[in-house]
Write a protein that binds this ligand. Structure first.
Ligand SMILES: *Cc1c(COP(=O)(O)O)cnc(C)c1O
Length: 481
């Protein structure tokens, strides 16, 4: 009997997420991955900006082996375990007092799903069960389960499931995307005020005492491509939540960690990297105007690809609400706090700290930006007329293209960003193309994400930038009518 695959050669028994069967990885070391077909490719985007210290780091491999020799699994409703307890303490201790308790999940979607349920539990415990509504933003991403697809809003990602999404309890306001949606006669402050007013209007329309909270990604990852909000935005949005006694919830499951932002010229890290003592702050402390969330989700870089793990972090206010009520989390999963996953995540965070990798990625990230600017927007850059924005910081960069003014290009039904991704892979470099982040309908826009591991070297950055620019140029030239 034939293997159940359409385009696969050789055949595969996996129901893949792509219309094609992806090449198979055999060995990986650092940012290099050896494929079954004999090729060696460079991963310039850390998978989905997950891999932050490369593959096969000896310290992490040793930590995993050591843990396998001790305890591989216990069930979290019967027993806790040492690496889980230690990782939780590490996350809380490095949160600068922002968080009081931590809960583990198996990934980002589970973390956001858990955040929703925890917020519901919180208001039940503090005697406000009338609160039933969540407000999130258009062009956001919070995960791939039905509840998180209901919470987030990206038209094409949710279209297949619309009948099954919950539109009664999940509501949406505009994204914070100045370069596309700030009006030409508006200052940044006026734009922020317009967004704040929209949120307040939404609260009032729903009934302020029915709102559980406002949910946002501190930096939008996949859907719009490494997008930070305008200055003052998060403070303004939090002020609305505070005014009506609702929760301010941040999804930092997105990979935008350990970077510094061009916008605010400040150093950005994420609590999961335990870098507080380096004098650096959390994402929301810099990019989020210091607006501390009541609950936060983290994932991807927490395990750095070595472990399927995510976490939710509770502020003292929310932790106290639970402690003064039932005192426990009315939610859980089989692999929550899995010992090997927690040992791996702890080792990843320790490597980032001990090898001073934030410093390295700040330097290499700035270098990557300069190479991208020169190659895509410089005086001799072929792609300059189509390069709309190069944004990001540290280890996370988005390049957005715009072809509104380019009727002489024909991508033959295959979006530009996806063609660049495919071409770069032909040149042995993995990048991530995405579409549909430039309008609210999700039908326009091409962006490509680069997110190399924090220990990337100078010559590797040069290679990544060169292949990326070359791939962009090739597709542009081939698409000229
Ligand atoms: C990746 C991501 C998720 C989902 O995480 P998974 O581990 O893929 O389930 C949710 N929210 C944001 C902001 C993310 O970047």
């Amino acid at each position: 009997m034939a293997a159940p695959s359409t385009n696969a050669n050789p055949p595969t028994a996996i129901l893949h997420r792509t219309p094609w069967a992806p090449p198979v990885a055999k060995n990986a070391n650092g940012i290099y991955i050896d494929l079954e077909d004999g090729r060696r490719v460079i991963d310039a985007v850390g998978g989905a900006a997950v891999v932050c210290i490369g593959n096969s780091h000896p310290k992490v491999m040793q930590a995993i082996k050591d843990q396998v020799d001790k305890v591989s699994y216990v069930y979290n409703m019967q027993l806790s375990n040492q690496p889980a307890e230690e990782l939780a303490k590490n996350l809380i201790a490095n949160s600068n007092g922002a968080f009081d308790l931590c809960g583990f999940t198996s990934g980002g979607t589970e973390a956001m799903e858990s955040v929703l349920k925890l917020a519901i539990q919180y208001y039940a415990e503090v005697g406000q069960p009338k609160r039933i509504n969540f407000i999130a933003r258009q062009l956001s991403y919070h995960g791939n389960s039905l509840a998180t697809l209901s919470l987030a809003y990206h038209p094409t990602r949710r279209s297949l499931y619309v009948e099954h999404l919950d539109s009664k309890h999940f509501h949406h306001v505009s994204p914070a995307y100045a370069k596309r949606f700030q009006k030409s006669d508006e200052t940044e402050e006026q734009y922020v005020e317009r967004l704040r007013q929209e949120l307040e209007d939404k609260f009032i329309a729903l009934g302020p005492d029915t709102v559980i909270g406002f949910v946002a990604e501190t930096v939008v990852g996949a859907t719009t491509g490494v997008l930070a909000a305008p200055k003052g935005y998060f403070k303004a949005m939090k002020s609305v939540c505070d005014k009506y006694g609702a929760l301010f919830i941040l999804d930092e499951a997105s990979p935008f960690i350990n970077a510094y932002t061009k916008t605010h010229m400040s150093f950005l890290t994420q609590i999961m990297c335990g870098m507080g003592r380096m004098g650096s702050l959390h994402a929301w402390e810099t990019l989020g105007d210091g607006a501390a969330p009541d609950i936060q989700a983290v994932a991807k870089g927490l395990g750095g690809g070595y472990a399927t793990i995510g976490a939710i972090l509770l502020s003292k206010k929310v932790a106290d609400g639970i402690r003064d009520g039932s005192g426990f989390w009315k939610h859980g999963h089989t692999y929550q706090g899995q010992p090997i996953a927690c040992a791996a995540a702890l080792a990843v965070q320790k490597v980032i700290e001990s090898e001073n990798l934030l410093e390295n990625i700040r330097v290499q990230g700035a270098y990557l930006e300069s190479l991208l600017q020169k190659g895509l927007q410089g005086p001799n850059a072929f792609a300059a007329p189509y390069t709309f924005d190069i944004r990001g910081a540290g280890g996370f960069w988005g390049v957005e293209f715009d072809f509104t003014e380019a009727p002489s290009l024909d991508f033959k039904g295959n979006p530009f960003a996806m063609r660049v991704q495919a071409r770069a892979l032909e040149h042995d470099v993995i990048v991530m193309g995405m579409t549909g982040g430039a309008n609210l309908e999700g039908t326009k826009g091409d962006h490509i994400i680069l997110a190399p591991a924090y220990n990337v070297r100078k010559e590797e950055v040069e290679k990544i930038a060169a292949v990326f620019v070359q791939s962009v140029e090739e597709i542009l030239r081939e698409s000229a009518l």
